[in-house]
Design a protein around this ligand. Structure first.
Ligand code: 6CS
Ligand code: FE
Length: 299
């Protein structure tokens, strides 16, 4: 039986933007800590910022864990992504490599928010630490995460959310994340087939699957651009399909964040929609195990 692809992308010709089919918010005020006003704001903007996702007391041990991971991991481990100059850019699966990061996933300030937004039990689709080191941290070009997760990982629907927790102060000038508020309501197909083993390069510099400059110009005119800044411990929650990116960091101040991507257990990965082979488990988990003890109080 041919499956339905609601978001065809990476074709050999340009196709028009596709209005989003799924809701952005699946749960209600009764299902978690976010108020109806916060949920409405997330539905409209595609993101929200919550202070104190991790308390100040968590930050020193988390920093030590980050340093340990960057040093302890075998330098050939594929989960370590390095900047062109050799400094560590990202480490994937930190929640499996560090008990402390695993505890962050299940904090009352984290897991219940993911369940409420996605209206179901959730699991970690992908987790990473982005180090964005001082002076050498290079940015991430504009993109929708869902475009990659749909094309290369086989994520069927837009029912996933990212939680980016600042582990260092995120200033406007040290490579902070930029978002186009409201852009999550439209899927922007890209042109060009996925090369084999695309992730060998896309995690350093994504070139395939990104909107072209005409689309980005129209999107920026329509939605504007907001920057995520905040003290260490602040969380940025953003919808899987929100256009975002970040500049490089030429300041002495690192911008380290831990990214936790929650996917609904109702939205398990299937075969890639626009790639020859699925990406490895550390980039896109196919082990759908509902997080936390109590089953979510949502249907
Ligand atoms: O390819 C991915 O899954 C990752 N790439 C980017 C630029 N953001 C989302 C995700 O972590
Ligand atoms: Fe991204």
């Amino acid at each position: 039986m041919d499956r339905v692809d609601n978001y065809p992308t990476r074709l050999d010709h340009a196709t028009p933007p596709i209005p989003r089919i799924e809701p952005t918010v699946w749960g209600t005020e009764a299902h978690g800590p976010l108020t109806a006003a916060a949920l409405n704001n997330f539905a409209e903007q595609g993101y929200l910022i919550r202070g104190d996702a991790v308390g100040d007391d968590w930050l020193p041990p988390l920093h030590q864990e980050l340093e340990r991971l960057a040093v302890d991991l075998d330098h050939t481990d594929p989960r370590i992504i390095r900047e062109p100059g050799g400094t560590v850019r990202s480490v994937f699966e930190p929640h499996l490599l560090s008990d402390l990061v695993a505890q962050v996933v299940e904090l009352d300030t984290v897991l219940p928010v993911a369940r409420q937004l996605l209206g179901s039990d959730v699991y970690i689709h992908q987790a990473r630490i982005n180090f964005m080191p001082g002076f050498t941290g290079t940015g991430f070009y504009w993109h929708s995460d869902f475009e990659t997760w749909h094309a290369e990982d086989g994520m069927p629907a837009i029912r996933a959310v990212s939680c980016s927790i600042a582990l260092t102060d995120n200033f406007s000038y040290n490579g902070s994340l930029m978002v186009m508020p409201g852009s999550h309501g439209t899927f922007f197909p890209s042109v060009g087939a996925t090369p084999d083993n695309n992730f060998d390069t896309s995690l350093i510099r994504q070139e395939v699957g990104v909107p072209d400059q005409t689309v980005l110009t129209k999107a920026a005119d329509r939605y504007g651009i907001n920057q995520f800044t905040g003290p260490a411990g602040t969380a940025l929650w953003f919808d899987a399909n929100l256009l975002h990116g970040s500049g490089s960091n030429i300041t002495p101040f690192p911008r380290s964040n831990v990214f936790l991507v929650f996917n609904s257990v109702q939205n398990p990965l299937s075969e890639p929609f626009a790639a020859a082979t699925p990406r490895p488990e550390f980039l896109a988990s196919r082990q759908v195990r509902a997080l936390g003890s109590a089953a979510a109080n949502v249907d």
